[in-house]
Design a protein around this ligand. Structure first.
Ligand SMILES: C[S@@+](CC[C@H](N)C(=O)[O-])C[C@H]1O[C@@H](n2cnc3c(N)ncnc32)[C@H](O)[C@@H]1O
Length: 288
């Protein structure tokens, strides 16, 4: 479990602009990234929200990515109006194809979370999943989510927490990967440990704490099939995704180091004792 990875310290000056095509979205939309997003369903990623959903509610999913969660949510609130938005037009094509294949009515459009193209008080439910951690100003984004939510409606968010991820056996390369992920996201102005900060962020954005219901839940990868899937996609992300590009651009890792991390991920995936858990913070915020 020794690793020869050499990571170099460095710093990247993040742009303060709110770019529409996301603020250098850390993962990008490489196939290894989309593969993990397409796996997401209400059952594995939005259970905390289900009890708040009713038939006929209008729902907006912001940073919807390839839209599997959006489509699943639309099934529950049908025949309510459901819209998915994302900064990336490219990923929305994927989402539109998925909705069409499932014969579920969802509209997908390009939009920036900081300037959503909807009037005040438009939706009953505004949902984000794994978006706030990729933003330089999550509090400004939460205020915008609240603006377009009807009085009495809810904003719902679920974000992972990288420092709280836990795994076995203790491959040194996975520890290095986790540290590198923190360094790269911090260099670009993003918060890898977003899950534990949701309560604070929503309160800072103007929600009284008595309007906030926090919770947490996990993903667990510990079967041979799940290990191959999770370990394989992270191995690919280490060498091929935007994360790899940003790690190199910021001077924190080179190709050799990233290849070594990928190798460790493959080793973990092949380990019959391999276990990996991802902790997520969740919050239901009642508007008005
Ligand atoms: C980690 S993915 C999550 C996708 C989806 N919610 C899911 O869980 O499967 C984050 C998504 O947020 C989008 N995004 C990043 N910055 C954004 C912004 N400023 N406005 C809207 N979407 C943004 C990215 O393009 C990406 O598709």
């Amino acid at each position: 479990m020794e690793s020869s990875t050499q990571l170099r310290p460095g710093h990247h000056q993040a742009s303060p602009d709110y770019a529409l095509e996301s603020e250098s979205y850390t993962h990008g939309h490489h196939e290894s990234v989309l593969r993990s997003h397409r796996w997401r369903t209400v059952e594995n990623s939005a259970q905390y929200l289900v009890e708040h959903l009713r038939e006929g509610m209008s729902l907006l999913d912001v940073g919807c990515g390839p839209g599997t969660l959006t489509v699943d949510l639309a099934r529950i609130v049908a025949p309510g109006r459901v819209v998915g938005v994302d900064a990336s037009e490219q990923v929305l094509d994927d989402a539109r194809r998925h909705a069409a294949s499932q014969q579920v009515a969802v509209t997908f459009e390009q939009a920036n979370v900081y300037e959503l193209p909807f009037a005040d008080d438009t939706f009953d439910v505004v949902h984000v999943h794994q978006l706030l951690q990729h933003l330089s100003d999550p509090i400004a984004a939460i205020k915008e989510l609240a603006r377009i939510t009807k009085p009495g409606g809810i904003v719902a968010a679920r974000e992972s927490d990288y420092a709280a991820m836990t795994w076995f056996p203790q491959y040194a390369g996975l520890t290095e990967w986790n540290l590198l992920y923190h360094e790269v996201t911090a260099a670009y102005g993003f918060e890898a440990d977003a899950g534990r900060q949701l309560l604070a962020w929503f309160n800072e954005a103007g929600f009284d704490v008595d309007k906030l219901t926090p919770s947490s839940s996990t993903w667990c990868y510990a079967t041979a099939e799940a290990r191959q899937w999770w370990g394989g996609l992270w191995a690919e992300r280490c060498v091929s995704s935007n994360f790899a590009k940003q790690a190199k651009e910021s001077g924190m890792a080179d190709d050799v180091a990233l290849e070594a991390l990928a190798h460790e991920w493959y080793q973990w995936a092949d380990d019959p004792h391999g276990w990996f858990s991802v902790l997520h913070g969740e919050i239901i915020a009642r508007v008005g």
